[in-house]
Design a protein. Structure first.
Length: 308
């Protein structure tokens, strides 16, 4: 039985701040274990997890697989591009066939918003959303918030600006829910064409001015321009986007205070963030990736009902 308030992790919208606190305290324990010479624990020895990825991934897929293996789960990987999906099999049939082989948990990435919710209504296993289209990416938001907490001590009252392609970003929506549940103030910044109209209804400020937003914030989360999800042209060129909304070292060094710079990856170096900023001491991009394994171990462990 899950130790979170839900059987699944479909999004941050559906979980409580108590759930997030429990995930963070459990991740603290796993992070200690990950820094020991022997990084493996037997916690999920009797649990089988399948990673079902219908979209490309580097960080999330490797991070989940490592988390599962560090917990001693049995792991099966499924990539749609070399599967019977290509022969016309539906999502439910695909997953039910996997579950018939006695799988307990499914980690799924899918291009369709709501795909994980849909699956959870039709199958019995615990589902973890590893990114569903433009909707949510809950473990990314958890590892982002955890990384800010690690760097700044607490999220309460901290000001976070999420910059860039908010319209197509599942990372932005999950971050907004997560940061607000933990007491942070959230602003989005980008070209008007890439900011959805419903931001005010979420209690999020909007700004079109990067410098002013960077002066306001404690943390800037620089998002990737998601060209693969853009059917229309939302700005004249990548060069123009970069000139107005890219973070370079000159701009970062000209701010009145030192801010924390984040990026969920993959980075478009020279577009949303310059190489010297991505590699600077103010960027915690690789710390985010490192924390992702501990966060995903915590989520798997708690959903499997193993307790802290
Ligand atoms: N941040 C993130 O989701 O990266 P991947 O697409 O490589 O998993």
């Amino acid at each position: 039985m899950s130790l979170l308030s839900s059987k699944h992790l479909l999004g941050i919208k559906d979980i409580s701040s108590d759930d997030i606190d429990l995930i963070f305290s459990t991740a603290d324990n796993f992070k200690q274990i990950l820094n020991r010479p022997i990084k493996k624990v037997p916690s999920l020895r009797d649990v089988t997890v399948t990673n079902v990825f219908f979209e490309n991934s580097t960080r999330t897929k490797i991070s989940f697989e490592l988390a599962e293996k560090r917990l001693s789960a049995d792991v099966v990987n499924f990539a749609s591009n070399n599967s019977s999906v290509k022969k016309g099999e539906t999502l439910i049939d695909t997953v039910n066939n996997i579950l018939a082989m006695k799988v307990d948990m499914v980690v799924m990435r899918h291009p369709a918003p709501g795909a994980c919710q849909f699956l959870s209504e039709h199958i019995d296993a615990a589902i973890i959303n590893a990114g569903d289209g433009t909707h949510e990416h809950p473990t990314q938001a958890l590892l982002d918030a955890y990384s800010i907490r690690e760097k700044l001590g607490s999220l309460k009252g901290k000001k976070v600006v999420i910059v860039g392609d908010i319209l197509h970003s599942r990372v932005a929506l999950s971050n907004i829910y997560c940061l607000q549940k933990l007491g942070a103030k959230v602003r989005v910044c980008g070209p008007p064409t890439l900011i959805p109209k419903h931001m005010a209804a979420l209690g999020v400020e909007t700004s079109f001015n990067l410098r002013e937003s960077l002066e306001w914030c404690d943390v800037a989360n620089m998002l990737r321009i998601q060209l693969e999800r853009q059917e229309d042209r939302y700005f004249p060129s990548l060069r123009e986007y970069s000139l107005q909304y890219g973070l370079n070292l000159e701009l970062l060094n000209s701010l009145k205070k030192e801010i924390v710079v984040m990026h969920p990856g993959p980075i478009n170096r020279g577009v949303e963030i310059s190489s010297d900023v991505a590699d600077s001491d103010q960027a915690i991009i690789l710390e985010q990736v490192e924390n992702g394994v501990a966060i995903r171990m915590a989520v798997l462990y708690l959903l499997a009902g193993k307790g802290a």
